[in-house]
Design a protein around this ligand. Sequence first.
Ligand code: ADP
Ligand code: MG
Length: 156
Amino acid sequence: PPFPIKLFGPVIKGFGRGSKELGIPTANIPPEGLASHPELESGVYYGWVGLSLSPSPDTLSSSTAVYPSVLSIGYNPFYKNTVRSVEIHILHDFSHDFYGAALNLLVLGFIRPEYDYVSLDALVDDIKTDCDVAARSLRRPAYEKFEREPWLKDFD
Ligand code: ADP
Ligand code: MG
């Protein structure tokens, strides 16, 4: 597919099935943007995320920042979902949830197709590997340069 691919939207509630409890929270954005990219097969991808965070009690001003991320696009066969979703795990430790934040996602590469897992442990194991692959790929100069793509911080 023609990377980079832009997806964006507000962070919405997901399926509430406990990704956070597994240590892998995923910020969900509305799947409508996928309609323009039918060539994006279901699977795991890596990319940069721009976040516009609303003012918090500590900062009193809004902030924008760019983070590496790993994301899944698809039906998530493990959970027998019926709607395609975009779920983004940002490779950063946040002290607060950021539901409602504006999110810009620049998808840069494909890691693997979706698998059906026999156990939750196997799933979590694979996601840890995905996080390593994403972090290392985004450090390559050809991908690292997209961290400075102005669109990532373009919120109106
Ligand atoms: P949901 O089912 O509502 O998506 P999750 O358990 O997947 O719930 O948690 C996702 C939420 O956790 C995000 O919407 C965001 O507000 C918060 N969050 C905190 N840290 C991260 C992170 N590193 N990556 C993604 N989301 C995070
Ligand atoms: Mg989620």
